[in-house]
Write a protein that binds this ligand. Structure first.
Ligand code: ATP
Ligand code: SF4
Ligand code: MG
Length: 329
């Protein structure tokens, strides 16, 4: 069994809702509400869910930019959730981050070399002598000519800039890369190029990665395992091919149908899916029963009262839905 790189146990991030002159707490927003997963060495795990479900907040907590409300985070077996802020800073050396909005993240007057050297500097690598070589190596890794080191971001195309963003995450030689929608802002042909680059890195560098996306089509080629997130919870988790061929949760099925390139191969009628009209419930006021009950076309009486437990339906395939009990009985 490969080594565990990042393991999360029952992680929660709740925000108080405060109001009035005295700033009194009047409620709680359950943005991340009990998430567990384990990413092994060389594995890419995709985290998929619609806007607002808590994906970026989860990454911010993993990075230590925000403190979790409860739960544990293990990096290579070491519990980093209990470290002091100072000690936690050192863990940045092991986490390569690709932020969601990268358009404004590079200083326009800094050369690519300065941008990459700054990433080393921020994790305490001040060895000027080795920096030149590290910049050369990482540019080659992401498929850019090392001569690009002297260019400014504005002198690069969108795809080249995204390669620099990836290089900036890799140059620190991280144990794992956390990538928040790294291709969402790119057009389809550039998306394919950048996804190919990630696949090369998986093969040549044994890259371990948590890859966040909205869309199941995007991660089809690169994810080994997929987590389906909804309102701060994981509703389904399975090896990638299981999700595409044998999805069990009605929400996962909705996401599959919503991706035109995947939906083509699906017999929609056998899926019984669709969405009830209505907004996503407020994370400050989640439904008492199944979190998806207000939108699920297959909701039964029980779904409105009782939260379904996580059940393993086949090895490594976990689902939170009462329909699993119906299938079993
Ligand atoms: N500091 C904060 N205080 C209170 N609520 C917050 C805070 N940060 C985020 N939230 C709320 O947490 C929820 C999840 O936000 P998050 O940015 O994680 O969504 P997301 O899944 O990344 O969405 P998107 O796909 O649009 O990026 C939102 O309702 C957001 O308003
Ligand atoms: S538990 Fe009920 S409401 Fe929730 S997803 Fe399953 S069928 Fe739908
Ligand atoms: Mg986000």
């Amino acid at each position: 069994m490969s080594e565990s790189i990042l393991r999360v146990e029952d992680l929660k991030k709740h925000y108080p809702i405060k109001k009035g002159f005295f700033n009194r707490q009047v409620g709680t927003k359950y943005v991340v509400d009990g998430i567990s997963f384990d990413i092994k060495s060389g594995e890419t795990v995709a985290l998929i869910g619609e806007s607002g479900c808590g994906k970026t907040v989860l990454l911010r907590v993993l990075l230590g930019l925000e403190k979790q409300t409860s739960g544990k985070i293990f990096l290579k077996g070491i519990d980093i959730s209990t470290l002091s802020k100072r000690e936690r800073k050192k863990t940045y050396q092991k986490l390569g981050m690709i932020f969601q909005d990268t358009s404004g993240s590079m200083h326009p007057r800094m050369t690519i070399e300065q941008i990459l050297e700054e990433a080393l500097y921020l994790v305490g690598d001040r060895d000027r002598k080795s920096q030149y070589q590290k910049v050369t190596d990482v540019l080659l890794k992401v498929g850019l000519d090392p001569a690009f080191r002297n260019r400014l971001p504005i002198q690069l195309s969108g795809g080249q800039r995204q390669r620099v963003v990836i290089a900036r995450a890799l140059i620190i030689n991280p144990a794992i890369v956390l990538a928040d929608e790294p291709v969402s802002a790119l057009d389809v042909s550039l998306q394919a190029q950048v996804l190919n680059l990630f696949m090369d890195l998986q093969e040549n560098e044994n890259l371990s990665m948590l890859f966040v996306a909205h869309d199941l089509a995007v991660v089809r080629q690169i994810a080994h395992r997929i987590l389906i997130m909804y309102m701060g919870h994981i509703l389904e988790e399975a090896p990638s091919n299981e999700i595409y061929s044998n999805a069990k949760h009605p929400y996962t099925k909705v996401l599959l149908i919503a991706s035109p390139s995947i939906a083509k191969g699906i017999n929609e009628e056998s899926f019984h899916v669709g969405l009830k009209v209505g907004d996503t419930p407020d994370p400050a006021n989640p439904p008492q029963g199944c979190l998806f009950c207000t939108r699920c076309m297959q909701a039964m009486e029980r779904c409105y009262k009782e939260r379904p437990e996580r059940k393993e339906v086949s090895p490594g395939h976990f689902v939170c839905c009462h329909l699993i009990d119906e299938e079993e009985s």
